[in-house]
Design a protein around this ligand. Structure first.
Ligand code: 8YV
Length: 328
């Protein structure tokens, strides 16, 4: 029997590709070309499965043009690049990669918070530019992290990981806001206090964004929310571009309305709002929160394992939807 054909839309670890090749006929993209929507649709022709990253959109147009498609495995925990209702309607199973990146991403959230609050990249630029000629009492004086109040917007697995680090490692006072409140046990474990979004923004020294992107969470932080924050506050976004209104944030940073921001994700990335590039009180990283070798390998392997499980056993490991009479 011939092997089912799949598309691996972006470059991944060669050993993961090899494991897929044992089960599937694989078209890969190890040159890591970024395909247009039309090119992705064309490459999907004849494929029953695909492995994508957060950069590839799976929408109704692509699904209509590829009625043979049965499953798409996203190598990401976020799945706002998938139109899940359209996939369900088309009988296409969707999967993501939860859990394997939780702690690594929480580590990075903390790294970005510390780099931002303690002005690490800004001061390094100063040093590299040869401006460091003497010690000064207020040189790059930043904001305290230990003992400060961190407000976490979005208290899923990653938010909880950040809360644990904040409360247990740094003695921080943790507040959070989420669509649903955590159980009393989890709140106690994370030492986190549930507050309204408004209270969180008004009282936090550091605001950490970890909400999933959706139409409802678009511009969760815009000009009105930035106006509520303390002038000394730090804002960190490791969630998704579009959660923050980047133009409004650039204005707030330039005006000193908040002290600083740390951003790993951007509206329209990999493009970055030009006004953000002009301000010095912002730390910018290219969507790398999950990027350790171990974690990226685990994400790729879980995406691959989802495809194998669905096509060999009719059941994915971490599915995002259920299909009527689902079977490969
Ligand atoms: C990925 C992420 O690196 O998992 C997510 O949701 O944002 C990152 O870990 C990115 O989406 C590539 O797929």
């Amino acid at each position: 029997m011939s092997k089912p054909s799949i598309l691996v839309a972006r470059a991944i670890f060669p050993e993961v590709l090899q494991s897929l090749a044992q089960v599937f006929e694989v078209e890969s993209n190890q040159a890591d070309e970024v395909w247009s929507a039309a090119e992705l649709t064309r490459r999907m022709q004849g494929k029953v499965g695909a492995l994508t990253t957060g950069s590839e959109r799976i929408d109704a147009m692509l699904l209509q043009a590829n009625p043979q498609l049965k499953m798409v495995a996203n190598m990401a925990v976020g799945f706002n690049n998938f139109d899940v209702p359209a996939m369900t309607a088309a009988g296409v199973l969707a999967s993501n990669t939860p859990d394997v990146l939780t702690e690594t991403t929480a580590d990075f959230g903390f790294a970005l918070l510390m780099a931002t609050a303690r002005r690490i990249t800004e001061s390094e630029h100063f040093l590299r530019a040869g401006h460091w000629t003497k010690w000064s009492y207020d040189m790059f004086a930043g904001a305290e992290v230990h003992g400060a109040t961190i407000g976490i917007l979005g208290m899923g697995r990653i938010g909880q990981g950040i809360a644990r680090r904040a409360a247990h490692g740094f003695g921080m006072n943790v507040t959070y806001n989420n669509r649903s409140r955590l159980s009393a046990d989890l709140e106690a474990e994370c030492k986190a206090r549930y507050v309204t979004k408004e209270e969180l923004l008004k009282t936090a020294d550091h605001v950490m964004l970890v909400v999933p992107y959706s139409a409802e969470s678009h511009h969760t932080i815009g000009a009105p929310e930035l106006a509520l924050m303390k002038r000394t506050a730090t804002l960190v976004n490791i969630a998704r571009g579009g959660i923050v209104d980047d133009a409004a944030l650039a204005k707030a940073l330039a005006a000193g309305q908040i002290a600083a921001a740390g951003l790993d994700v951007f509206e329209g990335e990999p493009k970055v709002h030009p006004e953000l590039l002009k301000v010095s009180n912002v730390v910018l990283t290219p969507h790398i929160a999950s990027s350790t070798v171990k974690t990226r390998r685990a994400m790729a392997q879980l995406a691959a394992d989802n495809l194998v499980a669905y096509f060999t056993k009719g059941q994915a490991l971490t599915p995002l939807n259920t299909l009527n009479g689902a079977a490969a």
